[in-house]
Design a protein around this ligand. Sequence first.
Ligand code: 9MR
Length: 385
Amino acid sequence: MKKKIALFLTGALFCGAECLAQKALKDIPLKDAFAKDFNVGVAVAQSIISRNETESIKLICEQFNAVSPESVLKPEYIHPTPDRWNFQPGDAYCKFAADHGLKALGHTLMWHNQTPDFFWLNADGSVKSQEQIKANLVEYIEKTVTHFAGKVYAWDVVNEVVSEEGGYRNDKGWEKYYKDLDELVCLAFSTAQRCDPNAELYYNEYNMWRQSKVDGVVHIVKMLKEKGIRIDGVGIQAHWGLNYPSVKDIETTIDRLYDLGVKVMITELDIDMLPFSKEGQMTGKAMYDPALQREEFMRYLNPYAQGVPEEVEQQIADRYEEIMRTIYNKRDKISRVTFWGLHDGVSWKNDYPIPNRTNYPLLFDRKLQKKKAYYQVVNIPSKKK
Ligand code: 9MR
């Protein structure tokens, strides 16, 4: 009998402690939780602004103090054909940010994706001359940066030109068609600087936990500085997974970049928890093979189409906490953390690297509700560890 009472009391005490711990998780907006540490941003999809999605807008204003344009400031929107320039969606994004007091980033000027082929190729498919390719880049940056001067506070000037091994990639776009990437990168930064001397200028890259890739970015920063061309910061994209990268690699990358004397930012954070994304960012056309869409594969590749079980939700929350704590511990070296999308329903991760899946990579769910991960993240500063 005594034993039973003792067991009951231990159980009650344990449950009490756990309930208290749950209660202790305060609901503090992200921008307030990290107000002393860094800005907190979100990538905004065009539809949120063009359709005036009021619930999403309310959540953005409540939680964030900075925005990135998910697509509208990319070349395929601004300069879709040789004779067409379209600044309207970008202007709407800037107005949205100004109306709500959000810092508006420009993203991105020189990138091999979401850039029309005519930048490099003639109508018959032949490659343009080196002089013409260079002139196209300069004209694009001049017109775009001049137009948005004073409306965006900074630009991701160059995006993703470094290969996994640390040299320049050569598979697509500028990197494929122009022979001297050092020259082109310098030209991109110097042109942006000339057209908006007040804008901060950044280089932005993915898989930055891989140190060979960081070597390539270090080369770019040093080269620009040696030539007297301004670079203000480097963005670590952070499209990461449940079991990669390691905390140690994240720390090493932040330290290496900070030591170059530039701002360091986490620019596109999301955490992919579906199969085939766990060991690293999987890329390649094979992942889009329609065969992978067959039911027998989808059962394995898309296991949480109807929702995530509690233990998986907890796994995501714990991983988010681990990553954000790592970043928080380096807060003296970090100026901004931006999430790549507002909620799970609008994340690009539902369609990449395999289309039509149900992914859970962000802090808000499809109904815009705060997830467990959100609570664990906003409580990091007040929790000793
Ligand atoms: O989130 C963007 C998605 O909607 C686009 O389809 C995709 C095209 O490549 O680009 C996504 O954003 C990318 C960002 O601009 C640069 N880093 C990688 C991001 C994910 O692809």
